[in-house]
Write a protein that binds this ligand. Structure first.
Ligand code: ATR
Length: 290
């Protein structure tokens, strides 16, 4: 579709944004549905965030995704947060309402849960969850798992104080506690669903893994938020042991699909968005700039 005077923008505010797969994913979806929208990634330095948010209304944006380092910093510049964003305490999607109000939501956690259920079929109510990491991604995943019915959530982190802080927050929604580093092996043994939210195993450190493979045990579902590479060492070792695994691409696709639905009011073409993201990843691997 050609760009016209009616073309409206959505996009991404982050810093940096260079490796985002979202433009490929959303623009493919807009084209397939014949929507006169374009998705552009904007590198917004922190000192320009307030101006960038003000521009959303002035330039008739439909909305934006928000990523590191703006997910919490953007909150004071918005008119309202929905319940999900309030529970998580961070925003990954802004919707510009018809009356110009800027509403923040967070589709990261729900995108994760949708993808997990779609790819593994686990019964959340029966899980003993162990989350590795206590950063922004862990927060969204832990809160959404708890809100969607996971009754027990243990959190282990390199910096134990952050695990304790997150566990205290999640405790409003489920039985949640922090795992002291010396008890990590026991916590893995007791878990039925392990979720790596740290960047351990991500390119360029794809040879790393957050756990010794001998800690993996029968019946453990292993989920990794990392999607560069698509199959991390943790997932490869879990697969080699015959375990059910879940990679990080599904969360990226579904958080995007949920944002797409809020901006357009249409069902997201999820399979097509996944193909577009996979093509962009493959092009990246070949070093092509497209
Ligand atoms: P994100 O938004 O992706 O969650 P983040 O908020 O910076 O990013 O959180 C990164 C998480 O990965 C943290 O839990 C971090 O541990 P610390 O709290 O101790 O910093 C964890 N992490 C990053 N690199 C790690 C490493 N090499 N080993 C263990 N944990 C690591």
């Amino acid at each position: 579709m050609t760009i016209t005077a009616e073309t409206r923008l959505v996009g991404l505010f982050g810093y940096p944004v260079g490796h985002s797969l979202s433009p490929a994913m959303h623009n493919a979806a807009f084209a397939a549905l014949g929507l006169n929208l374009r998705y552009v990634a904007f590198p917004v330095p922190p000192e320009h965030l307030a101006d960038a948010v003000r521009a959303l209304r002035a330039l008739s944006f439909r909305g934006v995704n928000v990523t590191i380092p703006h997910k919490v910093a953007i909150v004071p510049f918005l008119d309202a947060l929905d319940e999900e964003a309030r529970a998580i305490g961070a925003v990954n999607t802004v919707i510009v309402e018809a009356d110009g109000r800027l509403v923040g939501t967070n589709t990261d956690g729900r995108g994760y849960v949708r993808s997990l259920l779609e790819e593994t079929g686990v019964d959340l109510a029966a899980q003993r969850v162990l989350i590795l990491g206590a950063g922004g991604a862990a927060r969204a995943v832990a809160i959404s798992l708890a809100r969607c019915g996971a009754p027990r959530i243990a959190i282990a982190n390199r910096t134990p104080e952050k695990a304790a802080e997150l566990a205290a927050h999640v405790a409003s929604y489920a039985d949640a506690w922090a795992v002291p580093p010396e008890r990590l092996a026991d916590a893995v043994r007791e878990a039925t669903l392990l979720v790596n939210t740290t960047s351990v195993g991500m390119v360029p450190h794809a040879d790393e893994t957050p756990l010794p493979p001998e800690w993996l045990h029968d019946g453990l579902v292993v989920s990794d938020l990392v999607y560069r590479p698509l199959k991390t060492r943790l997932l490869r070792e879990a697969e080699a042991r015959g375990l059910v695994t879940h990679g990080g691409l599904g969360m990226l696709i579904h958080q995007g699909a949920l944002a797409f639905e809020r901006w357009t009011g249409r069902s997201a073409p999820v399979a097509l968005m996944r193909d577009a993201a996979l093509r962009a990843l493959a092009a990246e691997k070949e070093g092509k700039d497209c």
